[in-house]
Design a protein around this ligand. Structure first.
Ligand code: ZN
Ligand code: ZN
Length: 216
């Protein structure tokens, strides 16, 4: 499978936040995991890193002229290189995630949360939560809205919701405006990494009760 098949990417806000080191740990984890699967976002991150580094250096150099800045930016643009190809690994989880699970998918300590869905909470700082979700093929996650931002990265299989189809490497960025019901596609069980910075809003009473058990 070629990496260019990824069609849902990180936005600039997330890449800049990651480059600046200002994201909650859970968000940094999902950005790093997507970047290990996605050449396109890795290249965009390298540009933000380069510009950020130049800006920091220049702010320490008083005599930097406007011409100098233009030259620097031109050099960055001209010098942008294709990122080094990532080593092919056979695992399901990219390396940043393996650090949190202490292994690949077989090391996950799943907990059942109902309807065949399983999850494992990952330990990150308290500003946001990260979890792995296992959704059997054809199974739906309860319909819900969002109070803050929810990012969902597909690691195995695929899911669909009202907006589109998401396959391995695709990331869905959901906010207050989106109400959706993700359904795992037929064919393979779906494994996702999901992070949220606020609890989800479920519409039905049963999912609200389940929410307590799922800690979401
Ligand atoms: Zn991407
Ligand atoms: Zn959602």
């Amino acid at each position: 499978m070629k990496m260019t098949e990824i069609k849902h990417h990180l936005n600039d806000q997330l890449l800049i936040g990651y480059s600046a080191g200002s994201l909650p740990e859970a968000f940094s984890l999902i950005v790093a995991t997507h970047i290990s699967l996605c050449d396109e976002c890795r290249a965009r991150l390298a540009e933000f890193d380069a510009v950020g580094g130049q800006v920091m250096m220049q702010s320490q150099t008083a005599e930097m002229s406007e011409d100098g800045l233009a030259e620097t930016l031109a050099r960055i643009a001209g010098g942008a290189q294709a990122p080094a190809p990532t080593a092919r690994r056979s695992g399901v989880f990219p390396r940043p995630l393996q650090g949190y699970v202490q292994g690949d998918v077989e090391a996950v300590k799943w907990k059942r949360v109902g309807g065949g869905v399983r999850q494992m909470m990952l330990s990150t700082d308290g500003q946001a939560t990260a979890r792995l979700l296992y959704i059997p093929a054809g199974v739906a996650v309860p319909d819900h809205g969002h109070r803050g931002t929810e990012l969902t990265l597909v690691l195995q299989g695929a899911f669909e919701d009202e907006t589109d189809h998401f396959g391995r490497g695709d990331i869905e960025i959901a906010d207050e405006d989106l109400n959706h019901q993700p359904v795992a596609a037929h064919g393979a069980d779906c494994i996702c990494l999901a992070v949220t910075d606020a609890p989800l809003r479920f519409s039905g009473i049963i999912p609200r009760i389940a929410q307590r058990f799922m800690q979401i």
